[in-house]
Design a protein around this ligand. Structure first.
Ligand code: ZN
Length: 263
């Protein structure tokens, strides 16, 4: 098995047995270079089986309230962060796309409370507002690309590149996924869900970040969201300081390179 991030060999790491959604034994492999961990079991599934697993899991999680194993992303906090960054002209004010939007929960919050239009695209679920049917037209770019809880579901590099390819020249990329210094080989780790197959490290994200040509990034712990920029941090450092000062604590963390917040 080869790492989809840095193309180095991956070695067997550990296994977990699931009892849900007809999934049984899952083998996790770890990249010898960047520490990225992926499920070999998921990567070998047929497209039909992978879609069926996602559908079953999604229907089940949506049918029960307060599932501790499936906390939704903090959409309200993400909307607020995007709004603040837009107001301070750190990110472009329009031409926004949520790639992998699900039902469009973030778009609804932005529309109802922040007067912001967010176009929604999802390969598997019909968004309830602002749907972009048929995907991003070839060559079309967006100035703000958001993906919330997508990266941990991706099995091939082409999908990650497909997301980044939608970002315009002056555009930014916003990401919500779990990133750690090291992925634990613990089968009881809360993040090992039946539909999670990719686990990113600070090093693997830094490799992607550089390959995609980004220069600086912010992380907002409240929103649990990164923002990748194609310019050095000096261009927005004063604005980020203003925001942090006004709020009264370090709301945004900024650095050149990938902001490795979770050590
Ligand atoms: Zn790697």
């Amino acid at each position: 098995m080869v790492c989809i991030i840095c193309k180095n060999p991956m070695v067997y790491y550990f296994s977990k047995t699931f009892t849900e959604f007809d999934l049984t034994n899952v083998d996790y492999y770890k990249c010898s270079n960047c520490g990225f961990v992926a499920s070999k079991t998921h990567s070998m599934m047929s497209v039909e089986n992978w879609e069926s697993l996602n559908f079953k899991a999604h229907s089940y999680y949506n049918s029960i309230d307060n599932n501790p194993n499936n906390q939704p992303p903090p959409y309200m906090e993400q909307a607020l962060m995007l709004h603040i960054m837009r107001k301070h002209e750190i990110i472009p004010s329009e031409n926004w796309l949520d790639w992998g939007s699900g039902e469009a929960k973030l778009a609804k919050i932005l529309y109802h409370w922040f007067d912001q239009k967010l176009t929604c695209f999802d390969k598997y679920i019909e968004p309830e507002i602002n749907p972009l049917r048929g995907g991003v037209p070839s060559g079309f770019k967006y100035d703000v690309i958001i993906n919330s809880a997508v990266f941990e579901h991706v099995t091939v590099r082409a999908t990650l590149d497909e997301i980044n390819d939608c970002v315009s020249e002056k555009g930014v990329l916003a990401i919500h996924t779990l990133v750690r210094e090291e992925i634990p080989s613990d089968k009881d780790w809360f993040y090992l869900l039946p539909v999670h197959c990719s686990f990113h490290t600070n090093k693997s994200m830094d490799i992607l970040f550089k390959e995609w040509g980004y220069k600086s990034s912010t992380y907002c712990p409240n929103a649990k969201m990164w923002m990748f920029f194609k310019f050095k941090k000096g261009q927005i450092a004063d604005k980020v300081n203003d925001i942090n000062k006004m709020i009264g604590f370090k709301y945004l963390f900024l650095k050149d390179g990938f902001m490795d917040y979770w050590k």
